[in-house]
Structures are given as structure tokens and as C-alpha cells.
Design a protein around this ligand. Structure first.
Ligand code: SAM
Length: 210
């Protein structure tokens, strides 16, 4: 991680001093835990501010106004869920994270305690938690978890009038959308990533089986 990258991310996303302190804690703890727990791809740790923090922060800007509840599936080391929960400590929204790996959940809980992030963490498989979250979620997220088709299959019960999804996707976004469109009638928008020219965020507002 370079100091420049940190400053640029904080400036680009107009991050407050308090939130910056909390993000610093997340980044410092990730570096410590990474040595023994291998929480993220080792090659990405050098660019943690741009590859992980900024990539997560950009989702907050895409949520509908008044969003109060987020559900992040397969949160890993907290991207995007924990970054959003750190923002939530200041702007009054709450993030539920679901992650089946126990050591990653220990990290998520540890950093949540240190930062006061607005988070609930389930160390469970998402298949178990999703039925319990029906009617409780404004915005769904899942980064690097599964294909769009699989994500829609899992999350279908969660979509109602108020729920939308923000799924970061890579260069195969069109292929994934075509595969998903064979099974689902989807209302969606593709939003270019602010971080990586080859990536985008698929914002889904409704789905219906065909
Ligand atoms: C490739 S990682 C991505 C982590 C994080 N979202 C990111 O982008 O850095 C996928 C994560 O999803 C978790 N996962 C996979 N299948 C899951 C399931 N069925 N329920 C809950 N978590 C799951 C894995 O343990 C892993 O941490």
C-alpha cells in the first residue's frame, strides 16, 4: 500500500476524518492477520486502498437514498461489507455480513469491535441466512462470490419493491448477463467501475423467473 493511494482514495470519496481512522484500523489489522491467516489474495494487499477499500466505497454512492439495511454475501475479509459498515457507523445504516469461513468471521468481528462498525456477522452459509432476511434488506451486495445466474438463484426471495442489488463484476459481465437472462427477466443497469476500467457494477432492481 502506498501513502499516495490512501490519500487519493480518501479524497476521491470525501471520507471524513473519523471514517478514515476506522478504515486505517481495518487496513492495519488486515496486514497483521494476513501474515498468519491469509485472508485476501496476497498479491492484492499492496493495493488494499484501491483494490479493496475504494472498490467497496464506490457502492455506497450507488445505493438508493435512505438505504438503511445492507446484506453482503460471502464477505471474506470485509469487502465490501465491512467497509460499508464502517461508513454506516457515521451515516446511520447497518450491514449484515454472511461468511461461511470461521477465521474470516473472527477477523470481521475483531475489526467490528475495534471500529464500532455498524454490523451483524453470521458465520453461516448464505443458504441458511437468506430465508431469515426476507423483507429486511434494502440493498444486497456480493463481490467475487459467484456468477450472476447463481447470485440471482440464491437471492431471488429477497427482491421486493424496496430491495435492489449491487453486484461488482469483471470483464465477463455481458456473458454473465446473457446467461442469467435465459432464466430471469431482469431490470438492470451496468455502471462502470470508478476503480477499474474493465470492471462494472450491475445494479438490479427486480427479477422474475421466465
Ligand atoms: C472469493 S471470496 C470474496 C470475498 C470478498 N467478498 C471479496 O470480494 O474480497 C468468496 C467468499 O465467499 C465465501 N463463501 C463462499 N460460499 C459461501 C456460502 N455458500 N455462504 C457463505 N459464504 C460463502 C467464502 O468463504 C469466501 O470468503
Amino acid at each position: 500500500m502506498s501513502g499516495d493511494s490512501r490519500e487519493k482514495v480518501l479524497k476521491d470519496f470525501s471520507v471524513s476524518e473519523k471514517t478514515a481512522e476506522r478504515l486505517d484500523i481495518l487496513v492495519a489489522e488486515l496486514a497483521k492477520w494476513q501474515r498468519i491467516k491469509n485472508l485476501v489474495g496476497p498479491a492484492t494487499l499492496d493495493q488494499v486502498w484501491s483494490r479493496h477499500v475504494a472498490d467497496s466505497l464506490q457502492l455506497a454512492e450507488l445505493a438508493p437514498q435512505g438505504t438503511k439495511t445492507w446484506l453482503d454475501l460471502g464477505s471474506g475479509a470485509g469487502f465490501p461489507g465491512l467497509v460499508l459498515a464502517i461508513l454506516g457507523a457515521e451515516v446511520d445504516f447497518h450491514v449484515t455480513m454472511v461468511e461461511s469461513n470461521a477465521r474470516k468471521c473472527a477477523f470481521l468481528r475483531h475489526v467490528t469491535r475495534l471500529t464500532g462498525a455498524s454490523a451483524t456477522i453470521y458465520a453461516e452459509r448464505l443458504e441458511v441466512i437468506i430465508p431469515k432476511m426476507v423483507g429486511k434488506t434494502d440493498v444486497l451486495t456480493a463481490r467475487a462470490l459467484a456468477s450472476l445466474e447463481q447470485l440471482l438463484q440464491w437471492t431471488k426471495p429477497l427482491f421486493d419493491n424496496r430491495t435492489s442489488a449491487l453486484f461488482p463484476k469483471g470483464r465477463d459481465v455481458q456473458t454473465e448477463l446473457m446467461a442469467a437472462a435465459k432464466r430471469w427477466d431482469i431490470s438492470y443497469e451496468i455502471i462502470p467501475s470508478r476503480i477499474d476500467a474493465e470492471s462494472s457494477i450491475v445494479r438490479i432492481s427486480s427479477i422474475k423467473p421466465l
